[in-house]
Design a protein around this ligand. Structure first.
Ligand code: ZN
Length: 79
C-alpha cells in the first residue's frame, strides 16, 4: 500500500476520537518504529481520521497517540 492510498477516504472511516464523520485523514509516524512492531529499517505508518470538531481540539494529538498505542488500527508497514 502506498502513502497516497492511505490518505484516500475509505469505507467505514470514522473519527478516531468520537466516531463522528471524518473530515481529515492523518498519518501517524512514530519516532521509534521498532517499538511499534515495524521490522528494522521499515517505517510504521498508522492511518487515522478525525472529524472537524476533534481536529481543532488542542489536546487531540496527545489523545490520538494514546489511542493508536492501544489499538494500532489500520497500521501498515511501509516498505
Ligand atoms: Zn471527532
Amino acid at each position: 500500500m502506498k502513502v497516497e492510498d492511505l490518505k484516500s477516504p475509505q469505507q467505514g472511516d470514522h473519527c478516531l476520537l468520537c466516531g463522528g464523520s471524518p473530515v481529515v485523514i492523518g498519518i501517524f509516524t512514530p519516532s521509534d518504529p521498532i517499538q511499534w512492531g515495524a521490522p528494522t529499517g521499515k517505517v510504521r505508518l498508522i492511518r487515522y481520521c478525525l472529524c472537524s470538531k476533534c481536529q481543532g481540539s488542542p489536546d487531540t494529538p496527545e489523545k490520538v497517540e494514546k489511542i493508536i498505542r492501544v489499538e494500532l488500527a489500520g497500521g501498515v508497514i511501509h516498505e
